[in-house]
Write a protein that binds this ligand. Structure first.
Ligand code: GTP
Ligand code: SPV
Ligand code: MN
Length: 615
């Protein structure tokens, strides 16, 4: 007897969690659940309903298993330490399995879909033995969107079920929409750690062999071997960026690695801004910024992903498909990001790979000026301020409901999204890139995005601090050919009324003084000064200086009232050094060469124009 038939109804504990009879299930869902169960041979199948009772059951189970430690100091919150080898996205194990290799493009790993399925089928065979298989229906973005973006993740990880409940709209309502005939994405996940009857489980089961595979034509995801966020919470990067970017390309919209914020001036004019920075380069911080300039207000709509579509009025509207925040912990503190601290203080959160305090709270580098005298570090070892290694992994994360953010904008809860006035690209560069630059026009802005460069961070495995091109902060997330992606961006501009398009800017909070290596710009709340200049530019209120790379704030145009900057730090932060930029030209050329034939000729033209302007 097929496993699903045997156990699905009676195992899904609360009665309202699953449809009352099998007949009302979407037939494709039921067939897929049966097929996966037959392959992975779990002991039990549970349909997740997203209820509070289920959360309690799952988190209790994780506490019993030693995976979670319940926090004394934050309500309904948990500490979790992963296996030390399973702490970040694995870009070298991430694949776009398009039918034709050229559709994956030169920036993605590719494998023939049939070959990938054959390989992974053998990995999945029996991979859920001794475990529970959860069927997790979810919706990215509002349920009442014109076309709700549904998915079902099958997983054998309780950590994933708990995290999906925080990060997505998950459970009974999503299942109802699916059973009602809405389209949905299949997302299969196994940690790849079958349990023998006598075997004791480890706190963080995973597998050394990892695959994060995407089948863009089938709108399907297969993930194996990892329990970490971006590898395992398949609604996030896999669906909302890699698969969604392929859908967006087909349908004429944009799925981007962007925060969304609402900015209100002292005169009560409001603007919505979207900003793309690579992983661990400041999106969450900018999204919740507390302005240091009087009278300005920021409200949050999203901190990682934006889906942008044209409205009937010709403007580009952005929606955040996520329901939670999966933020970088280190560096998050009352001084840098008080709104993130207020969000997590309310509880209902999971903290992974941070340190545990002796009184049952979490701590990480940068949370407070003075570290506690004693901690249990993310390896479970004693830690004191004298310890030589950090208490928390540099990519440790808090996972918390976005609705708890004290400055969440009301518009977050609406179905249509918000009209974007400005798009900001940014990277982490110690030199060359000025604090802020305004593009000359849409095409030049796309050139800025397409040539964006940034130092690698701990958000992905591999070397940290290496400068690489990270176009639109999407290098690891474009679900198809990067050249076609650039052409799509150009076309989005061509098809629109130019006066209604967002203006494009490029920022760099991370430029350093070559003399002592310190940051030239204080960042965080002070970034409101840059946002103000950007908004004033849109309204024709701020002065700019033309440079070969675009417009930068004219002398005195950036509001630095009350800001104490040492010496010529501001001038250095804003400087356009022609020699540094001439050194950048061959690197951009090389990058464009790797993109090959699919690169739009207009981007080559932009490079040529830049070369000419630099002289
Ligand atoms: P992902 O969640 O990986 O996509 O990262 P993110 O882009 O949301 O980055 P986040 O805001 O979490 O910031 C990453 C790191 O950069 C943290 O350690 C921050 O403290 C630091 N950071 C953020 N903004 C600034 C800034 O303006 N200046 C400086 N110097 N550091 C910053
Ligand atoms: C990122 O790496 O850009 C993140 C965290 O936002 S993850 O969920 O791992 O993708
Ligand atoms: Mn991210």
């Amino acid at each position: 007897q097929p496993a699903a038939e045997q156990s699905a109804p009676e195992q899904s504990a609360p009665e309202q969690s699953a449809p009352s009879s099998r007949a009302s299930y979407d037939p494709e869902l039921l067939a897929w659940v049966r097929e996966v169960a037959a392959l992975t041979t779990p002991d039990r199948i549970v349909f997740a309903d997203g209820s509070d009772e289920e959360w309690t059951r799952i988190t209790d189970k994780l506490v019993d298993a030693g995976t979670f430690t319940r926090l004394e100091k934050k309500p309904n919150s948990f500490h979790c330490a992963s296996d030390p080898t399973d702490v970040a996205r694995v870009e070298d194990r991430t694949f776009i399995c398009s039918l034709d290799e050229k559709d994956a493009g030169p920036t993605n790993n590719w494998m023939d879909p049939a070959e990938m399925k054959a390989t992974m089928t053998e990995l999945y065979r029996g991979s859920m033995r001794g475990r529970t298989m959860y069927v997790v229906p979810f919706c990215m973005g509002p349920y009442d969107a014109a076309n709700p973006m549904l998915g079902v993740e099958i997983t054998d990880s309780e950590y994933v079920v708990a995290s999906m409940r925080v990060m997505t709209r998950m459970g009974a309502r999503a299942l109802e929409l699916i059973n009602g005939g809405a389209r949905w994405v299949k997302a299969l996940h196994s940690i790849g750690a079958p349990l023998e009857p006598t075997e004791r489980d480890v706190a963080w089961p995973c597998n050394d062999t990892k695959y994060i595979s995407h089948f863009p034509e089938e709108r399907m995801i297969w993930s194996f071997g990892s329990g970490y966020g971006g590898n395992a919470l398949l609604g996030k990067k896999c669906y909302s960026l890699r698969i969604a970017s392929a859908i967006a390309h087909d349908e004429g919209w944009l799925a981007e690695h962007m925060l969304i914020l609402k900015l209100t001036s002292p005169q009560h004019t409001t603007h919505y801004i979207a900003a793309a920075f690579p992983s661990a380069c400041g999106k969450t911080n900018l999204a919740m910024l507390e302005p240091t300039i009087p009278g300005w207000k920021v409200e949050t709509l999203g901190d990682d992903i934006a889906w942008m579509k044209f409205g009937d009025d010709g403007r580009l509207y952005a929606v955040n498909p996520e329901y939670g925040l999966f933020g970088v912990a280190p560096g998050t503190g009352w001084g840098t990001n008080p709104n993130a601290m207020r969000t997590i203080e309310q509880g209902n959160s999971v903290f992974t790979n941070v340190a545990l305090t002796d009184d049952g709270d979490v701590w990480w580098e940068g949370m407070t000026d003075q570290p506690p005298a004693h901690l249990t570090d993310w390896h479970g070892k004693d830690w004191t301020p004298e310890s030589e290694t950090p208490s928390s992994h540099p990519n440790s994360r808090f996972c918390t409901p976005i609705a708890q953010c004290p400055i969440i904008a009301d518009e977050y809860f609406g179905p249509t999204g918000v009209p974007i006035s400005a798009i900001i690209f940014g990277g982490r560069r110690r030199d060359t890139i000025p604090l802020v630059t305004e593009s000359r026009d849409w095409q030049h802005g796309v050139f800025m995005g397409a040539t964006l460069s940034s130092e690698t961070t701990a958000a992905a495995t591999g070397k940290v601090g290496v400068v690489r091109r990270d176009p639109m902060a999407m290098l690891p997330f474009i679900g198809y050919n990067a050249g076609d992606y650039f052409a799509h961006w150009i076309n989005v501009g061509k098809g629109a009324d130019a006066s209604k398009l967002p203006k494009i800017f490029y920022v760099n909070w991370f430029r350093r003084d070559s003399a002592d290596g310190s940051f030239l710009w204080p960042g965080f709340g002070e970034n409101s000064r840059v946002l103000k200049w950007i908004i004033d530019r849109l309204d024709g209120q701020a002065a700019a200086e033309q440079t070969p790379i675009g417009h930068i704030p004219a002398a005195g145009a950036l509001d630095v009232d009350g800001l104490e900057l040492t010496g010529d730090a501001l001038a250095k932060a804003l400087a356009v050094d022609a020699d540094e930029w001439r050194a950048e030209l061959p690197l951009i050329e090389q990058w464009f060469d790797t993109i090959g034939d699919a690169l739009p000729s207009s981007l080559r033209d932009e490079l040529e124009l830049l070369r000419q302007r630099l002289g």
